[in-house]
Design a protein around this ligand. Structure first.
Ligand code: TXA
Ligand code: MG
Length: 354
């Protein structure tokens, strides 16, 4: 018996034929769980994904909680078709070519996110780009079509463990942290999707996977540039994505009071002294719930930033539950920007780090 799984507790499990579209009963069960903000582990042709309604920030926060991710890495949005994908992202010629050649299939494309997309900011971790994929698995496609909304789905493993290619591995890793597991046997590809970013007129390989570089380059008629994934760059170059991660306002963490002119990002029922005079107050979770707080994080930060206040004071956030990931994200928002060319060296834009 494994210590860190939920021994003896098992999620609801439904068997399905991997070669066919889902039965109406299966589709109904999955849609019901997704519609109430629940989590469903689904097979795709690559690995099992832990799926939630990508337009429901709270459901997406539950994905991070279930995986125990210490930070908000952006998630892939799974859609039914290229036409559906184009409602969420802007496809340049290279992106469209790759989609035409490899979708449905194990290719994820990172493209600029459309402002009108209803995909929650928590899915893209506040980035202005979105990762989109049309899976080939007939069951997954049928379930996405039945739900009618994009599904955010990282691999269905606890953070730091291998991606699961069987339903047993999902249950062993996540236990009852998932509401429903659809078991359609082993995943045929068994390797995650290849991720290609098509941004600023360049196509770059972010993660090798189920489709080879050579096959992609053959379709592009050009070499793919290399680029580290966000996860890979974090330890070595934490400031690299600061232009995406940092608001224009300074961010002051662990604030015990609100100073004149500051906006307040609150947490919990008790506001600190000075809150009455704050430029704006938004509460991540008046009840002090870290899952609710995660769901509100990116939207609240953006609104406080848009208030024009020079500094956003942030109340202390506990380290429990999703607090760790929220604190990680806020620490990055508070860090001086270090991306060469974006900000003049030596002049971080007014970030008070006390
Ligand atoms: O095969 C797969 O891709 C599986 C199945 C379930 O579809 N999913 C999967 O998701 O592997 P996940 O969350 O384990 O990996 C997603 C990767 C992460 O490395 C993340 O950093 C990257 O996609 N990613 C997502 N959005 C991004 C963005 N806007 N820019 C750059 N990287 C992004
Ligand atoms: Mg993964």
């Amino acid at each position: 018996m494994d210590e860190d799984n939920f021994a003896g507790v098992h999620p609801q499990r439904l068997a399905a034929d991997p070669a066919a579209a889902p039965s109406p009963a299966l589709a109904g069960a999955v849609v019901a769980v997704l519609a109430r903000g629940g989590l469903v582990a689904l097979p795709t042709e690559t690995v099992y994904g832990l799926a939630a309604d990508a337009t429901d920030a709270r459901a997406v926060a539950a994905i991070y909680a279930a995986k125990g991710r210490p930070s908000f890495n952006p998630l892939i949005s799974h859609v039914e078709s290229l036409a559906a994908a184009e409602r969420h992202g802007v496809f340049d010629a290279a992106a469209r070519r790759l989609a035409d050649a490899f979708w449905p299939g194990p290719l994820t494309l990172v493209v600029p996110k459309r402002r009108a997309s209803p995909v929650a900011d928590l899915v893209t971790a506040g980035l202005d780009t979105i990762a989109l994929r049309v899976p080939r698995h007939p069951l997954t496609r049928g379930l996405i079509a039945a739900f009618g909304r994009p599904l955010a789905a990282p691999s269905a493993n606890p953070s730091g463990r291998l991606s699961p290619t069987t339903a047993d591995a999902v249950v062993e890793g996540l236990g009852d942290r998932v509401d429903l597991v659809v078991d359609a046997g082993p995943c045929p590809v068994g390797l995650e999707s290849t991720i290609v970013a098509c941004l600023d007129g360049k196509a770059r390989l972010l993660r090798p996977g189920g489709i080879s570089r050579a096959d992609i380059e053959a379709v592009l008629g050009a070499r793919l540039e290399d680029a580290p994934t966000i996860e890979d760059t974090r330890p070595s170059a934490p400031g690299m994505l600061a232009s995406h991660y940092a608001p224009a306002a300074g961010v002051r963490l662990e604030a015990a009071e609100v100073r004149p002119g500051e906006a307040l990002l609150a947490f919990g029922p008790d506001l600190p002294p000075g809150a009455d005079n704050a430029a704006m107050v938004l509460n991540l979770s008046p009840a002090g719930d870290t899952v609710e707080a995660a769901a509100n994080l990116f939207g609240h930060l953006a609104r406080l930033d848009a208030s024009g206040a020079a500094t956003i004071a942030v109340m202390p956030i506990p380290e429990t539950g999703l607090g760790e990931a929220i604190r990680d994200r806020l620490a990055r928002a508070a860090a001086p920007r270090a991306f060469p060319g974006e900000v003049e060296p030596g002049s971080p834009p007014g970030n008070a780090k006390d």
